[in-house]
Design a protein around this ligand. Structure first.
Ligand code: FES
Length: 173
């Protein structure tokens, strides 16, 4: 498949992608002086940008009087937060026992090769983030995967191309 790209890691710094302080400051200002504001503020930052940029951590640290190390502690503790931009679409490939036995590992290998990313990474074109999950709760349809909210059961490697293409086409509309 084409579109082979390098990946951006979830936690790697220095991708050069960040946001302007002026975009972050009004959001932080709205939470200043509130009790227990840090997590809701980080959630709002992520809702706004799709991840929590380094600039946002710097601004929150300054304005809210919290050390960056504490903020990164929260950000890495809670799985809901991301430190790097996410893809437009999130692919979750089940690697639970039933799916693994039924070919889930083959799906993961193929997706990693097609998209040139590993688990937790986002394609450089920003289109897809690839993740593995332990069980999606529908083992009878193994191997399964999800793209955003769409569920795919009994998936074979030869239909992955058309699944990905569906989302690429969707983005063109
Ligand atoms: S192991 Fe994949 S859905 Fe349960």
């Amino acid at each position: 498949m084409t579109n082979a790209t390098n990946a951006m890691t979830k936690t790697g710094a220095g991708t050069g992608q960040d946001v302007d302080r002026s975009e972050v400051e009004p959001i932080v200002a709205a939470f200043q002086g509130r009790q227990g504001a840090i997590i809701p503020l980080l959630q709002e930052i992520q809702r706004r940008f799709g991840y929590v940029p380094k600039t946002a951590v710097d601004v929150i640290s300054e304005k809210m009087g919290v050390y960056p190390v504490e903020l990164y502690g929260i950000l890495t503790f809670y799985a809901q937060f991301y430190l790097e931009p996410r893809g437009k679409h999130t692919i979750k490939v089940c690697q639970g026992t039933a799916c693994y036995i039924m070919g889930g590992k083959l799906l993961l290998d193929q997706l990693e090769e097609d998209l040139q990313v590993h688990d937790g990474e986002t394609t450089e074109d920003g289109q897809f983030t690839l993740e593995t999950v332990a069980c999606l709760g529908c083992c009878g349809m193994a191997p399964v995967m999800m793209v955003d909210g769409d569920f795919y059961g009994s998936v074979k490697t030869n239909i992955l191309d058309s699944i990905l293409e569906h989302y690429r086409e969707q983005d063109k509309q």
